[in-house]
Design a protein around this ligand. Structure first.
Ligand SMILES: Nc1ncnc2c1ncn2[C@@H]1O[C@H](COP(=O)(O)OP(=O)(O)OP(=O)(O)O)[C@@H](O)[C@H]1O
Ligand SMILES: [Mg+2]
Length: 227
């Protein structure tokens, strides 16, 4: 068995932020420090000059069919990954939607999904994200949000705001990430923040430091100096 390397690298982070459309997720991604590569799964970078104009060469825009396009992306990115600090995956809700649309195209009326597609999506999604996590890079992931059913410790069923992604895929991804935060905009002031502590109403977690929430501009200023 090969001996483990003694070289200690900076730990890489995996941060997952979800929220309503237009809260500012892609804008936030453009402000992360370091060299960034954007895997745009929803084209929403077109509104953001940093990606659209200034760094267009560092953006991969997803095309249909999704699976062959992402296989091309991986082959391309394998060669250049070491030039970057952060890979941005924006947004996985859109990936899920486009994947199901692609699969339905094979049905008689081009609109139906088969039951087997649901399990296939989860397997595909996990395999693809696992590949992205294998790069020696920080990874920032976004999604839209939706209410989902959850069971409280009391055994009661309740509704919780969580990423808009099929449960098995979302549970796996949320388990893999160091931070899962819900981005919100305060009505009135327009102030943007990220909830980092989970409650019965909102899914969130933070295993990088002790913050329960922060302003968007502070999200990546982790308190723990070894991160
Ligand atoms: N921190 C901010 N302060 C002020 N305005 C902001 C901020 N972040 C984003 N905005 C504004 O909100 C709009 C939407 O932002 P952005 O496209 O980043 O949202 P998004 O969450 O990625 O939306 P979508 O889910 O639709 O892609 C932008 O046009 C931008 O001008
Ligand atoms: Mg966006």
């Amino acid at each position: 068995m090969p001996r483990a390397s003694l070289e200690v690298k900076d730990p890489r982070w995996k941060v997952f932020v979800y929220g309503k459309a237009g809260t500012g997720k892609t804008t936030m991604a453009s402000k992360i420090a370091g060299r960034k590569y954007l895997l745009s799964l929803d084209k929403s970078f077109e509104r953001i000059p940093y990606f659209h104009t200034e760094h267009r060469d560092e953006v991969w825009q997803l095309e249909s069919p999704v699976m062959s396009d992402l296989a091309d992306f991986v082959r391309y990115f394998d060669e250049i990954a070491d030039q970057f600090d952060v890979l941005i995956v924006d947004n996985v809700t859109s990936l899920q939607k486009l994947w199901f649309v692609d699969q339905a195209k094979e049905s008689k009326n081009t609109l139906d999904n088969k039951i087997s597609h649901y399990g296939e999506f989860t397997n595909y999604f996990i395999r693809f994200m696992y590949k992205l996590f294998s790069y020696d890079l920080n990874v920032f992931i976004t999604a839209h949000e939706e209410p989902r059913k959850t069971i409280l410790t009391s055994g009661q069923e309740a509704s919780q705001i969580a990423p808009e992604l099929r449960d098995a895929a979302a549970n796996w991804l949320m388990g893999m990430c160091d931070i899962v935060g819900r981005m919100t905009v305060k009505p009135g002031t327009g102030e943007r923040g990220v909830i980092l502590q989970g409650t019965d109403d909102v899914f969130a977690k933070n295993r990088l430091d002790s913050r329960k929430g922060c302003k968007v501009e502070d999200l990546f200023n982790f308190a723990d100096s070894n991160v």
